[in-house]
Ligand binder design. Structure first.
Ligand SMILES: [Fe+2]
Length: 363
């Protein structure tokens, strides 16, 4: 029998079972978890969701020992990324670090820059396991208060890691700080009120029409406190990050939060800084912010191509994209991913001929 539960399509034959004891508290779920009541599936946890102690206790108390699960994670793929990041951490020389970075580029491009079976969960979970160093309460709060902001934290922080790598950053500790900074960049949106429908719509409006989200919100008839929270959220998020200073190697990276809504011409907020006032690395969060939609995300096979390549293409097509001071970063992504992504673009352009075939064979 075919089922469709909250956007997840499957038949009972696709399901395996997983013991409740095999779920790692504080980790993120490698699979969609279901229970069946009278032959009807109920979704208990989605792939990518945080596994909390409360969740485990709740079902253990009810006498449950296992869940049905629809596996999404490809353990081998995730481990590949994890090993490369670990090698980046332990490498003593710049050459060794460069090699690890190149291998990450290659795997990333082959998984997400061309159409493949890969789920983005493989990369998202690898980066979460390797880099997340904030208290459990932070990720728990995001998940409890907004599935949208939770999904964006998980996806956006992992994309920020790639932005840094593509900008030739190979300092593990710095990349870790960047991951955790990106994770909390929008947490200020849930500090003084709900992240409601209007707020999500305004954020998505800003993402699709850079520079207009705040004025759209201000002029909306239902706006009461939303515009104020939206305007102040970079500062509110920064305030929270500053309280977590001990969890960062270089707490200065937290300041990037303040810049993620600034614009090339100085029309952004809260400071009105322009392109000339921003260093290249101070805008790493921005690319994530404009690539990841304000919507819930269902991890599934082949979603990685949508999360990365399709979102990147949409970003390129944005009207008034010049307002986002990330052109240099976009160009780096383009040239590096094109080199490793042996997909349709390169075949069409056929620039590097033989070399491309060699890369393909090596993979
Ligand atoms: Fe934001």
């Amino acid at each position: 029998m075919e089922f469709n539960v909250k956007g997840i399509a499957f038949s009972k034959e696709n399901l395996a079972t997983i013991s409740i004891d095999d779920l790692k508290i504080g980790g993120i779920s490698p699979a969609h978890l279901f229970i069946f009541i009278k032959e009807k599936p109920f979704l208990m946890l989605r792939a990518g969701d945080l596994i909390t102690a409360e969740f485990i206790e709740k079902y253990k108390t009810k006498g449950l020992s296992s869940f049905y699960n629809l596996p999404i994670l490809n353990e081998e793929s995730k481990d590949h990324f994890v090993q490369k990041f670990k090698r980046l951490k332990s490498s003593r020389t710049r050459i060794e670090r460069k090699k690890s970075v190149q291998e990450i580029y290659q795997k990333f491009a082959l998984s997400y820059w061309i159409e493949s079976e890969e789920s983005f969960l493989n990369f998202a979970m690898a980066t979460y396991d390797v880099f997340y160093s904030l208290p459990d309460s932070i990720i728990e709060e995001l998940q409890a208060k907004s599935q949208i902001l939770y999904a964006r934290a998980i996806l956006g922080a992992s994309i920020a890691v790639m932005s840094a790598l593509m900008d030739d950053i190979d300092d593990f500790q710095y990349i870790q700080d960047l991951y955790n900074t990106a994770f909390v960049m929008d947490i200020g949106l849930i500090q003084n009120g709900d992240f409601n429908y209007l707020m999500a719509k305004a954020c998505e409006f800003e993402r699709n029409h850079p520079g207009t989200g705040l004025s759209w919100l201000k002029s909306h008839p239902n706006n009461t406190y939303e515009a104020d929270i939206f305007y102040k959220h970079p500062e509110a998020s920064l305030k929270i990050a500053k309280k977590l200073e001990e969890h960062f190697h270089y707490p200065e990276t937290n300041d990037y939060i303040l810049y993620h809504h600034e614009k090339t011409d100085g029309s952004g907020f809260p400071q009105g800084l322009s392109f000339s006032g921003l260093a290249y690395n101070e805008v790493y969060l921005m690319l994530s912010d404009y690539m990841v939609p304000f919507g819930e995300h269902v991890f599934q096979a082949r979603d990685g191509y949508e999360v990365i390549k399709k979102s990147f293409e949409s970003l390129l097509k944005l009207e008034d994209r010049y307002l986002l001071p990330i052109n240099h970063l976009i160009n780096k992504w383009k040239s590096i991913m094109k080199w490793y992504g042996i997909g349709e673009e390169l075949k069409e352009e056929n620039i590097f001929g033989e070399e491309i075939e060699k890369i393909g064979e090596a993979s």
